[in-house]
Design a binder for this molecule. Structure first.
Ligand code: 6GU
Length: 243
């Protein structure tokens, strides 16, 4: 997968060189390209924002630096004939990222992230972009951040860990929270008794079928208690699968 990150703070993405995503880059499962948006602004101050037309508070990102940066990314493509890259525009007004969406985006060849600052990007850039990209305005939850960069880090991590080969043990993907719409079961390690508390006895039984059934039950109980919203969806999906 190729990922392009365009921002006025490209160094924000240095954290993506650490840990598993850094390793995935060194193993060439993933190539990350960072771009300074100001490199595509040619006025004296390399400005990327201006006052809102019609008045109002805050500043709006100018369309031209974004268009030039995005055209630069398009020009760098090795196979321009392939399907258009997915352009993810982080915004609290976007579709909220879920595990399902992350799984879908992990199949893409080329993702481009365009995190804006200020009040957003001029609407004409939004209207231009679908001619060249599959545009996806995306949010990471119902709260407001100062800019999209931290949301991009979250999205890149959620998506790239699902690329085959990025995780050492792909089985952990099947078992983790949200993989099947439920929360993960509780986990334990040694010692069998810690500060007077024993691990559930069944986990020491060696009976794999019973352990699996116990874990499935714990997933149900936890999800019902902590995430009734997820539980309601899960019950509906299970009923649909039965009919
Ligand atoms: Cl993607 N951007 C900003 N600025 N705020 C957010 C967000 C994104 N997702 C949730 N809040």
């Amino acid at each position: 997968m190729r990922i392009d990150l365009i921002s006025i703070f490209p160094e924000f993405f240095d954290v993506l060189d650490l840990s598993l995503i850094g390793k995935a880059q060194r193993e060439e499962l993933l190539t990350l390209h960072r771009h300074q948006l100001r490199d595509f602004s040619f006025d004296k101050h390399r400005s990327v924002d201006d006052t809102p037309t019609g008045g109002g508070a805050g500043m709006v990102m100018k369309p031209e630096p974004w268009a030039l940066a995005l055209e630069h990314v398009l020009a760098q493509r090795e196979t321009p004939s392939a399907e258009p890259p997915v352009l993810i525009i982080p915004t609290p007004a976007g579709e909220v990222l879920t595990q399902r969406t992350a799984q879908q985006l992990a199949q893409a060849e080329h993702l481009v992230f365009a995190p804006g600052r200020f009040e957003g990007i001029d609407q004409r850039l939004m209207d231009w972009a679908p001619e060249h990209f599959q545009v996806r305005p995306m949010s990471i939850g119902d709260y407001v951040l100062n800019g999209g960069e931290s949301a991009v880090v979250v999205m890149v991590e959620a998506i790239t860990r699902l690329i085959p080969g990025v995780l050492g043990n792909p089985e952990s993907l099947a078992e983790e929270s949200h993989a099947d719409g439920l929360l993960e079961y509780p986990v334990y390690t040694k010692p069998a008794r810690w500060r007077g508390v024993d691990v559930p006895e069944i986990l020491l039984s060696g009976d794999h079928a019973k352990i699996a059934a116990w874990r499935a039950k714990q997933q149900d109980l936890r999800t019902r208690k902590l995430r009734p919203d997820l539980w309601a969806k899960h019950v509906v999906a299970r009923e649909q699968n039965l009919t």
